[in-house]
Design a protein around this ligand. Structure first.
Ligand SMILES: [Zn+2]
Length: 235
C-alpha cells in the first residue's frame, strides 16, 4: 500500500496479462482506491475499500458502456456526479480515451461549464474536479479563460478563496444552502467586452484583479452594461 507498482510487476504477480482488467475490477466492484501515478504505474492509496468510491466507479462503468461520443459520456458522468469530486482517472475511464481531461477543459473554457479544479478550490487536489452546477444561468463568463491558470491561482489564494463583495467562501455558501457557488476573476478597470482588447500586461496585472463569486460577478457585469447603455442614450 502506498507504493508505486508498474503494470509489468502486476502482470508478473497475477500471472496474467489481464492485470488492467483485474485492477479495474478491484476499483469498480470493490471500491479500492488505486490511482495511476505515472505511465503504467499504480498506487493503492488505502487498504480498505470504500462504498462511496465503489458507487462512483459503478456509475463510471455504466456510462463508459453507454452509447455516445467520449465528450457526451464525460458530460453524462459530470452531470451525474454534480457537486461531487471526480478524478482524472474517472474521466479517462469514462471517456475510454487518453487525455479525457482535455475534453473537461473544453467544457469549462469553451462551453462555460463551472468545473472547479484545485485552482478554484483549496479542498481539491491536482487531478480532482467538481462540476458545481449544470444550471445554464451558472455558466462561467467566457472571458475567464483569458486569465492563465497560474494567475487565477495567485489571485484566488491572495483573496483566501473568498468573494471580495459578499465575503462568502465555498464553505460558507454551502452552509447557507447555496450549492452553486464558485469563484471568478473580476477586472477592476475594464468591463467584460473590453477584456479581449486589453494588452496582456494590463489584463494580467494582479492588483487590477479581484475574486468575486459568480453571482456577484454576473450582477456587476450586468450593472456595468446597463450603465453603459444609459451613457449611450444620454449622448
Ligand atoms: Zn459574492
Amino acid at each position: 500500500m502506498g507504493e508505486d507498482i508498474s503494470g509489468e510487476e502486476l502482470a508478473a504477480a497475477s500471472g496474467i496479462h489481464e492485470w488492467a482488467r483485474r485492477l479495474r475490477e478491484l476499483r469498480v466492484e470493490h471500491g479500492y482506491e488505486i490511482t495511476e501515478v505515472g505511465d503504467g504505474i499504480y498506487r493503492m492509496e488505502r487498504a480498505e475499500p470504500d462504498e462511496e468510491r465503489a458507487r462512483r466507479w459503478q456509475l463510471a462503468n455504466k456510462i463508459r458502456r453507454s452509447a455516445g461520443s467520449a465528450t457526451e459520456r464525460i458530460e453524462a458522468f459530470l452531470e451525474a456526479s454534480k457537486g461531487e469530486v471526480v478524478t482524472r482517472d474517472h474521466i479517462d475511464y469514462v471517456a475510454n480515451i487518453r487525455e479525457g481531461i482535455r475534453r473537461v477543459r473544453e467544457l469549462r473554457d469553451e462551453h462555460g461549464w463551472p468545473i472547479n479544479s484545485y485552482i478554484d478550490e483549496p479542498a481539491l487536489r491536482p487531478g480532482e474536479y467538481r462540476l458545481v452546477s449544470s444550471d445554464p444561468s451558472d455558466r462561467r463568463d467566457p472571458r475567464q479563460r483569458l486569465y492563465p491558470e497560474g494567475l487565477r491561482e495567485r489571485v484566488f489564494a491572495r483573496d483566501n478563496y473568498t468573494c471580495t463583495k459578499c465575503g462568502r467562501n465555498r464553505e460558507r455558501a454551502l452552509a447557507a444552502g447555496d450549492t452553486h457557488f464558485y469563484l471568478e476573476i473580476h477586472h477592476k478597470h475594464a468591463v467584460a467586452e473590453e477584456l479581449d482588447a486589453l494588452p496582456p500586461d494590463e489584463l494580467n496585472r494582479e492588483e487590477n484583479l479581484v475574486t468575486l463569486c459568480h453571482r456577484d460577478h454576473a450582477a456587476l457585469t450586468a450593472a456595468f452594461q446597463e450603465r453603459r447603455r444609459g451613457d449611450r442614450r444620454g449622448r
